[in-house]
Structure formats: structure tokens, C-alpha cells
Design a protein around this ligand. Structure first.
Ligand SMILES: Cc1cc2nc3c(=O)[nH]c(=O)nc-3n(C[C@H](O)[C@H](O)[C@H](O)COP(=O)(O)O)c2cc1C
Length: 354
């Protein structure tokens, strides 16, 4: 199917499932253990309703945004995905091409092929680099240098992987992920990570630091105390600690703790334009899309992801107009309110017509 023919995100999900072998499919969509956190991510988004305003002139809508000072087409970032090469030919480089063509930032995972230099060379996009700390200080510093040399303008440490979780879909399917073998070598560094390394990074490097995997106001306060520029609220898409809260549910408390001292970003369960609008209304400054990135790529490579982003943009623009605002900047928490979710949440509950 020509990717132009996809009219809905639902069709993209169906095509992705058709195209992927069972192992990579399970890896992409799965979560940890009972997948309660996965479902809570959706449940938290579904538990927010809109409060639309009417009779305002919304004939011109602007859905552009800034990402750490750089202009982007949507407040959406491709979240880091390890092993993307198992989901789409060309892996991270293919994602970079889609990000550049559409105009959103890509956060590149350190466990993704073809790696930092080749991915940066593949396309000119707004670049952020995400590191799993699996080596000593010199090892980290080498990544920082390579990232800066290759035009990455911010650096992210993922901090919610002190131990690797039990992803039962992968275990049951006997799916062996080639990139996991190497991870074992650095596992001790990852589990030994502490605020000392955050302090060391901030003392040594002059690059905005993002901490990905913050889930409490207490840790958000510590992040701010350490001078971190971005508190990235995430539970790894429910792929790490099971029985966590839905990501978007903790955003208001974290925003309160952080104040204006850092930006707050969020990911986890974002599948629709209306989901993105909810997070921005609450006060988040960027939304990461993980599985949706993989689904777009699996459905049709770079053009498939571009098409997914176009549909997401269409949904966002329609949502803004129906809320009575002409730009994302006009949103504030008065446009949302708590409401009971009406469907049972799961990874695909945002696509009920599938
Ligand atoms: C297949 C897959 C691989 C991932 N790999 C990484 C990774 O290498 N580094 C990281 O920080 N997060 C990783 N994540 C987590 C995402 O960056 C993001 O936090 C999560 O996917 C957001 O939830 P969503 O998938 O519901 O959008 C991965 C997620 C998926 C789905």
C-alpha cells in the first residue's frame, strides 16, 4: 500500500502488524510483566477530558512549537528506541530521515544501529542523544564528545533501567534481542548510577542535560537541584517497573515541584493528537512517541512514519480548533479536567476500530 493511502493511524497499526515478524512485533508493543504500567499510561490519558471554548475565530491554526529553542513542526519528539534496526530497514537512520522530512526532533538511542555518526549523517534534523550509562566516566565523556561533534544539541541519560525488566512477550516468544548481549557487559555501571554522576556531568559538560525516567516530584526536585535542564517524565512506556502510575498522571505534581527551573517532557501511551494536546495543556514542553514511531516505520519505512506524523498533526490541529485556540501556546490547564475513562485501556485502546 502506498503510504499516502493511509487515512488513519489505525490503518498504520494494522499495516505494522502485518509487516513485522512476531518477535520484533512483541518487542515493539510489549511491556514488563503484567503490563499494568502500559495500561495505566493509556488509562491516565483517557482519564482527562477537554473543556472546549467556542465562538472564537480559529480560522488560522499554528501547531508549530520550539524544542530547546529550535523551531519544530509539532511538540512531538521521536523517543529513543533501541534495536530500531529490527523494526525498520536502516534503523535509526531511517527514523532520522523521517524526522528531518517532517520536521520533528529525534532522540537517538545509544543502543540503536547504525549508531551516532551514521545516523547524524543520514539527515539533518534536530538531534538529541540518549545514553544508557554502561561504562565509566571516560566512556560517558567520549559519547558526549561524539554527540557534540555530530550536531546533537542535548544529551539524555535514561535513569529507569537500574535492572532490565522481564518482558514476558519476548520471553514467551523466545525472542533473543542481539543488542541485549552487549548490555550485560555494562550492567553494573547502569545499576550503580547515582546523583553523583549527574553532578559530574553538569560540572564537566556544557550541553543541556535531560533525565529520562523521572516519575516522582521528589526526584524532579533533586534533578532541578543538580541543574538538570529537562525532567523527562517517563516509565519507559511501561517496559521497566510494572505497577507504576500512568505517566501523564504524575505530570501536574512534577510541574509543581519543578516550577520554572526546568522543562518537563513526558512520554508513555501517546498515540493520538488529542493525547499530545492534553499534555501540552497541562504544561509539558514536549511529548515523546515511542511505539507510534516504531509502528509508523514498520508500516512503511520513512514514508510510513512521515504519514503517521502528518495524521497526528491533522488530529492536533483539529483538536486545537475545536478547543477554541489558534496555537498550542494558548493552552493551559483550564482546557482539561479529570473524567472517568470510558474504555478498558491497553496498548491499542486508542484504536478501537482496528
Ligand atoms: C521498542 C522500544 C525500544 C525502546 N528503547 C529505548 C532506549 O533505547 N532508550 C530509552 O531511553 N528508552 C527506550 N524506550 C522507551 C521509549 O523511549 C519511551 O519512553 C516509550 O516508548 C514511551 O512510551 P510509548 O511507547 O507508549 O510511546 C523504548 C521503547 C520501545 C517501544
Amino acid at each position: 500500500m502506498n503510504t499516502e493511502e493511509f487515512l488513519t493511524l489505525q490503518e498504520i497499526v494494522v499495516a505494522a502488524k502485518r509487516n513485522l515478524p512476531p518477535g520484533p512485533w512483541a518487542y515493539l508493543i510489549g511491556g514488563a510483566e503484567t503490563e499494568t504500567t502500559v495500561r495505566r499510561n493509556r488509562h491516565a490519558l483517557d482519564s482527562i477530558a477537554f473543556r472546549p471554548r467556542v465562538l472564537r475565530d480559529v480560522s488560522r491554526i499554528d501547531s508549530t512549537w520550539t524544542f530547546l529553542g529550535q523551531k519544530v513542526r509539532l511538540p512531538v519528539m521521536l523517543a529513543p528506541i533501541g534495536g530500531l534496526e529490527s523494526i525498520a530497514e536502516g534503523g535509526a537512520a531511517t527514523a532520522a530521515r523521517a524526522a528531518a522530512q517532517f520536521g520533528v526532533p529525534q532522540m537517538l538511542s545509544s543502543v540503536c544501529k547504525p549508531g551516532l555518526e551514521e545516523t547524524a549523517a543520514a539527515a539533518k534534523t534536530v538531534r538529541s542523544f540518549q545514553l544508557y550509562v554502561r561504562g565509566d566516566d571516560a566512556w560517558v565523556d567520549d559519547f558526549v564528545k561524539r554527540a557534540m561533534d555530530n550536531g546533537f544539541t542535548s544529551f539524555c541519560m535514561t535513569v529507569d533501567v537500574a535492572s532490565y525488566s522481564r518482558r514476558e512477550r519476548d520471553l514467551i516468544g523466545r525472542y533473543v534481542k542481539p543488542w541485549r548481549a552487549k548490555a550485560q557487559e555494562g550492567a553494573n555501571f547502569q545499576s550503580g548510577l547515582s546523583w553523583d554522576q549527574v553532578k559530574r556531568f553538569k560540572d564537566k559538560h556544557d550541553l543541556p542535560l535531560i533525565l529520562k525516567g523521572i516519575a516522582t516530584a521528589e526526584d524532579a526536585k533533586l534533578a532541578v537541584k543538580h541543574g538538570v535542564e529537562v525532567v523527562y517524565v517517563s516509565n519507559h512506556g511501561g517496559r521497566q517497573l510494572d505497577h507504576g502510575l500512568g505517566s501523564v498522571a504524575v505530570v501536574p505534581g512534577i510541574l509543581k515541584a519543578v516550577g520554572k527551573k526546568a522543562e518537563v517532557w513526558v512520554d508513555g501511551g501517546f498515540m493520538r493528537g488529542s493525547d499530545v494536546v492534553k499534555a501540552i495543556a497541562l504544561g509539558a514542553k514536549a511529548v515523546g512517541i515511542g511505539r507510534l514511531t516504531g509502528l509508523g516505520l514498520a508500516a512503511g519505512g520513512a514514508p510510513g512514519l512521515v504519514r503517521a506524523l502528518e495524521i497526528l498533526e491533522d488530529e492536533i490541529r483539529i483538536c486545537l480548533g475545536l478547543l477554541g485556540v489558534t496555537s498550542l501556546a494558548e493552552l493551559d490547564p483550564s482546557y482539561v479536567t479529570a473524567a472517568p475513562a470510558v474504555s478498558l485501556p491497553d496498548t491499542f485502546s486508542a484504536f478501537p476500530l482496528m
